[in-house]
Design a protein around this ligand. Structure first.
Ligand SMILES: [Cu+2]
Length: 365
């Protein structure tokens, strides 16, 4: 006889079955594509619009804990990274694709790590399912159901979360609409180049004399670094891992007439990107392509814990500074990049009518 109790047990069993994640890759009969990630500011080759059916895109990232130099004064930093770079690589897929990430934590690491994808749904963005101890690896698959640029970061729990994030374990995913970007009014938008700028606040402790301290392992740096972090005053605010990572000979390049997409992420703190001498033609300030972009912006706002995207066609040659328009952070703490743009100057847009010269002596007659 089918009793009420049996019905409840059956319902519970069904619920359990439903709640059990099914991650057997063989169940998804979709084509697979392996993508080699590249270090920012560069982005792996990808289609903007695609006519292909959804796929499983396979990525692999190896966690790397390492001591790096973060400014021209030789200040050292115990970095924790996805794939060796700060930020980690930008992953590009299309809406409806599946991201399948193999996350490797080498035996040489000193700590467990994981990954929380803001673009994924469930299990703390995947963080619950990806915690890997040194010497372990894990494979996570999630469906890209929302378009836009989204942050990912390490989130191993409690005070480890902000520490791992500001130690370098952050990056971004770009989920493109299958038909590519558009202006919100039905017109397609294309980029000739895409760069990924990951901004990061850093909190390096100082000794009694005010000199930055150096440590031999992340664990050794933790307690004093956390003290500095809690005061919320960063020692460095940088683009792509160090002061000067994107300036001078490392400047980003473009040509007059090229449309450049700048993806900008900040996993922990607000930022105000501004291109000095240029603009944002189309800016997805909150980074989500299902919303129409804003147009003609001077400065845009990146909320801590998010990424944004700005499309700009360069109209003049020269060196442009791309900064956060908290100018103290840009000029004194490091958050400056350069664009080196080649091409022909447009006098109509700007001309120096008279060069600086001594003021004429006033006629006193
Ligand atoms: Cu971590």
């Amino acid at each position: 006889m089918f009793t009420r109790r049996a019905a409840l047990i059956s319902a519970a069993a069904t619920a359990l079955m439903l709640a059990t994640p099914t991650f057997a890759a063989s169940e998804l009969k979709l084509p697979r594509q392996k993508v080699e990630l590249v270090a920012p500011p560069f982005v792996h080759a990808h289609e903007q619009a695609t006519t292909q059916a959804p796929k499983i895109i396979e990525f692999k990232m190896t966690i790397e804990e390492k001591k790096v130099v973060i400014d021209d004064k030789g200040t050292t930093f115990q970095a924790m990274t996805f794939n060796g770079s700060m930020p980690g690589p930008l992953m590009v897929v299309h809406e409806g694709d599946y991201v399948e990430l193999t996350l490797v934590n080498p035996a040489t690491s000193t700590m467990p790590h994981n990954i929380d994808f803001h673009s994924a749904t469930g299990a703390l963005g995947g963080a619950e399912l990806t915690l890997v101890n040194p010497g372990e690896q894990v494979v996570l698959r999630w469906k890209a159901t929302r378009t836009g640029v989204f942050v990912y970061h390490c989130a191993p729990g409690g005070p480890m979360i902000p520490w791992h994030v500001v130690s370098g374990m952050n990056g971004a995913v770009m989920v493109l609409p299958r038909e590519g970007l558009n202006d919100g009014k039905g017109h397609a938008l294309k980029y000739d180049k895409v760069y990924y700028v990951g901004e990061q606040d850093m909190y390096v402790p100082r000794d009694e004399k005010g000199k930055f301290k150096s440590y031999d392992s992340p664990g050794e740096a933790f307690t004093e670094t956390e003290e500095v972090m809690k005061k919320l005053i960063p020692s460095h605010v940088v683009f792509n891992g160090k002061v000067g990572a994107l300036t001078g000979k490392n400047a980003l390049t473009a040509k007059v007439g090229e449309n450049v997409l700048i993806v900008h992420s900040q996993a922990n703190r607000d930022s105000r990107p501004h291109l000095i001498g240029g603009h944002g033609d189309y800016v997805w300030e909150t980074g989500k392509f299902s919303n129409a972009p804003e147009t003609g912006l001077e400065t845009w706002f990146i909320r801590g814990g998010s990424a944004g995207a700005a499309l700009y066609k360069f109209l003049q040659p020269g060196i442009y500074a791309y900064v956060t328009h908290n100018l103290i952070e840009a000029a004194d703490l490091g958050a400056t990049a350069h664009f080196k743009v080649e091409g022909k100057w447009n006098d109509d847009l700007m001309t120096q009518v008279k060069a600086p010269a001594e003021m004429p002596v006033p006629n006193t007659n």
